[in-house]
Design a protein around this ligand. Structure first.
Ligand SMILES: [Zn+2]
Length: 284
């Protein structure tokens, strides 16, 4: 595909760690509507990097439940396409190349801290919606010649104090301060798996995605990812973050909300068109 022919490319990027629920469907539907409105393409990417939590039966359910709900994609694990493979577990070579580039640019450093260490020493994040504590910088200035243990992670060094700003296509201007709103973040996990932030950036760039539509819980991740785009010399896409769907008690829908899983709704003979009519607009 000639890049000049690319008008709009959006993506659905579910993770098969459970059954998809109505909250996912709502965000994905916005992605599909935006791709249609722009006369663009919609791709499906299976984000199956978490080997311990991703299950084959959830992959099968993901395809079936998305089709049932009315989603259609022209590229994906089930139908192929020019930017494949479309399952992250088969894209390790792309992620390793990106890590090598970050290492060559000294944008990352080996971190020996356990999750427990970071939880104990890290500062609570400024923004309440981000659950990740701010990394205290323990390994930032460790000697490069010190021997490394068998397990460690690679952590991205954020430019402390820099304001990372972008204009969200739904929520308007956004600005986050590196080192205050989020700290140095893991790009490669101790179990030798790329972290979400790195895989997402590498794939969206390699798959020529022009706009990322996802939940507003990922606004801070977008700030982190913009730093990765810059460090890797890649052009970032546009972003459209959707408000999250809440349950009756005001909590975010999660995969544990089985009653609102697409699978259950389908078994109850609910009609996708009626479920969609009950949704407020994506901004609200
Ligand atoms: Zn560390």
């Amino acid at each position: 595909m000639n890049p000049s022919e690319i008008v709009y490319r959006g993506r659905l990027a579910p993770s098969p760690t459970g059954l998809l629920h109505l909250g996912h469907a709502r965000t994905f539907w916005t992605a599909q509507e935006r791709a249609r409105a722009h006369g663009g393409e919609l791709i499906l990417r299976n984000e199956d990097l978490d080997r311990a939590r991703c299950q084959p039966e959830f992959v099968q359910a993901m395809f079936a439940d998305l089709r049932w709900f009315g989603f259609g994609w022209t590229e994906g694990p089930d139908c192929g396409g020019p930017f494949g493979p479309y399952q992250q577990s088969e894209r390790t070579a792309f992620y390793r190349a990106a890590l090598a580039r970050l290492r060559a640019g000294e944008c990352v450093y080996p971190c020996l801290c356990s999750r427990k260490d970071v939880l104990a020493a890290g500062r609570a994040p400024h923004a309440a919606e981000d659950a990740e504590p701010i990394y205290p910088g323990t390994c930032r200035n460790a000697s490069a010649s010190a021997p490394l243990p068998s397990q460690y992670s690679w952590r991205f060094r954020v430019p402390d104090g820099e304001v990372i700003s972008f204009r969200d296509a739904n929520l308007g201007p956004q600005a986050f301060v590196a080192g205050r709103d989020f700290g140095d973040f893991v790009v490669w996990r101790p179990d030798d798996v790329p972290a979400y932030q790195l895989a997402c950036v590498v794939d969206d760039a390699a798959m020529a995605v022009t706009e990322v539509v996802r939940g507003a819980d990922l606004l801070l991740s977008t700030a982190r990812q913009l730093l990765l785009y810059r460090a890797l010399g890649l052009t970032p896409p546009a972003f459209f973050h959707c408000a999250l769907m809440l349950d009756e008690s005001g909590h975010r829908l999660a995969k544990r909300h089985d009653s609102l899983s697409l699978r259950t709704l389908r078994q109850q003979n609910r009609k996708p068109a009626e479920l969609r009519q009950a949704w407020p607009p994506p901004g609200g």
